[in-house]
Design a protein around this ligand. Structure first.
Ligand code: FAD
Ligand code: NAD
Length: 466
């Protein structure tokens, strides 16, 4: 029987990063993945394919609607070749997942394909083409998540679909109903809107992206409404039915009136659930909580003292970079180091266009925590860079402590906000004040000037360009 210092179950961004860090730290490491390609949700049916389709559909929309204003005239019709777009996406996924195989080999990590299940605290049975058992001193569970649904919805994967099917549709829906105005609903809703579908987002809460700062919800709603996406917020879905060529969604609005929506596809994007099926965690004494997550302490250790769990299968934001941080954290903990993660500084991004990005506390959280704060906001439209590219929607908002001026939260909507947020994370990691950011030179003309201007507005209410 092969024996290891560490065995990692699951090869998503949590698992494969944990395996690499363990190997870097000199531990003999194995990784177990049930599918034939590594990379988990993120690389196969999540971050990477969705961003490929977001980029492709953005190009299509630009060609249809925006080339002309730049003085680019197309002589023929702009035609969508969805099959080719999907092929490109598949090839991006293929290259990226192969990259993980390369990294496993480079770091001398043994890969096993099959479903890993605990026999006891140190033995994992792997059922693939053959069945083997391996032994490991330490085990890291990184089994990720699957799409969640509502109890009364039958996901038939034909008309009533999750993100996994939405990433490989063979036709552009005529009318896509989206249940859940969170990250997946808005990103994939925008993809199909750009490709020509009518899109209606039905959201239970009174605003889309309800966990982000309310100013971001408002701005994104405004921009997406301009793009002709329809929103039904404060609507509680009560039934979803595939009637053949049509899906009928019934919901009650805030006045308790029944409303009916009809479309040809319905994307259910109401969150994801931790995935532990087939893991036989009980055999190792690993406990779950009542949300189905693996219970971990502050060291990400489970109720079994040689077993850790990371990523979507434990509490916290379901984000690839959070899973990666936890992978490194656990590897270093096993190696006897004392790593640290500041969960408040894990940024959140929605890759719509304009992009939405956040780090730290929202204005609503600061109010709830009774923290006295200052707020500085700067509109993207006031930047020369935004006018040059035509990306004038959005803003940067900086919240800082009223007394100390320490930056407590940065929230933005705008072109390349996903990249701009890194400056805010760095500043907050070093506990910068808004004035620190305001006094730093930001290249002109860039979108990042909005960060400086928002910092000036937060510091002394003296932005230069508004
Ligand atoms: P996963 O990536 O889910 O990987 C778990 C792996 O474990 C899977 O490969 C699974 O097959 C394997 N596994 C499970 N059980 C077993 C077993 N018993 N034996 C062997 N293998 C097993 N996050 C971002 O940060 N940015 C984004 O842009 C983004 N976009 C997304 C878009 C979509 C459409 C979706 C669905 C998600 C997106 N996410 C994004 C979320 C991100 O994909 C997850 O947070 C991330 O993949 C979690 O990583 P993980 O390693 O915890 O789990
Ligand atoms: P989400 O939690 O982002 O959004 C779910 C939305 O559905 C929420 O707005 C919620 O209020 C709403 N909802 C819940 N129940 C409902 C109901 N009965 N009727 C109507 N609306 C309802 O979840 P998601 O969009 O499914 O994404 C799942 C996970 O994947 C998220 O945790 C997210 O972090 C991750 N993800 C991240 C990215 C990214 O980082 N860009 C992209 C895609 C997915």
């Amino acid at each position: 029987m092969s024996t290891y210092d560490v065995a990692v179950i699951g090869s998503g961004p949590g698992g494969y990063v944990a395996a690499i860090r363990c190997a870097q730290l000199g531990m003999k490491t194995a990784i177990i993945e049930k599918y034939s390609t590594k990379g988990g949700t993120c690389l196969n049916v999540g971050c990477i394919p969705s961003k490929a389709l977001l980029d492709s559909s953005h190009h299509y929309e630009d060609a249809l609607k925006h080339f002309e204003e730049h003085g680019i005239e197309l002589t023929g019709d702009v035609k969508l070749n969805l099959e080719k777009m999907m092929e490109r996406k598949a090839s991006v996924v293929d290259q990226t997942t192969k990259g993980i195989d390369f990294l496993m080999d480079k770091n001398k990590i043994d890969s096993y394909q099959g479903i890993g299940s605990f026999e006891d605290k140190t033995h994992i049975k792997i059922e693939g083409e053959e069945t083997t058992t391996i032994e490991a001193k330490h085990i890291i569970i990184a089994t990720g998540s699957k799409p969640a649904s509502l109890p009364f919805i039958d996901i038939d994967k034909e008309r009533i679909i999750t993100s996994t099917e939405a990433l490989k549709l063979k036709e552009v829906p005529k009318h896509m109903l989206v249940i859940g105005g969170g990250v997946i609903g808005l990103e994939l809703g925008q993809v199909y809107k750009r490709l020509g579908a009518e899109v209606t987002v039905i959201e239970y809460m009174d605003r889309i992206i309800p966990t982000m700062d309310a100013a971001q919800s408002k701005e994104l709603t405004k921009v997406m409404k301009k793009q002709k996406v329809k929103f039904a917020v404060s609507h509680k879905v009560t039934s979803v039915e595939n009637t053949g060529d049509e899906v009928v969604v019934k919901a009650t609005d805030k006045k308790d009136k029944e409303v009916e929506f009809k479309g040809d596809y319905c994307l259910v994007s109401v969150g994801r659930r931790p995935f532990t099926d087939g893991l036989n965690a009980e055999a190792a004494g690993v406990k779950m909580n009542d949300r189905g997550q693996i219970e971990v302490d502050k060291h990400l250790k489970t109720s079994a003292d040689n077993i850790y769990a990371i990523g979507d299968v434990v509490k916290g934001a379901m984000l690839a970079h959070k899973a990666e941080e936890e992978g490194v954290f656990v590897a270093e903990t096993i190696a006897g180091q004392k790593p640290h993660i500041d969960y408040n500084l894990i940024p959140g991004v929605v890759y719509t266009w304009p992009e939405v990005a956040s780090v730290g506390k929202t204005e609503e959280q600061l109010k709830e925590d009774k923290v006295e704060y200052k707020s500085g906001q700067f509109p993207m439209r006031a930047l020369g860079r935004s006018r040059a590219s035509g990306d004038t929607d959005g803003f940067v908002k900086i919240l800082s402590d009223k007394e100390t001026d320490e930056v407590l939260g940065v929230h933005m909507v705008g072109a390349r906000a996903a990249d701009l947020i890194a400056e805010a994370v760095t500043a907050m990691e070093f506990r910068a004040s808004a004035e620190d950011i305001a006094r730093m030179s930001h290249a002109h003309p860039t979108y990042s000037e909005a960060v400086k201007e928002a910092a000036l507005a937060a510091t002394e209410d003296r932005p230069i360009h508004t």
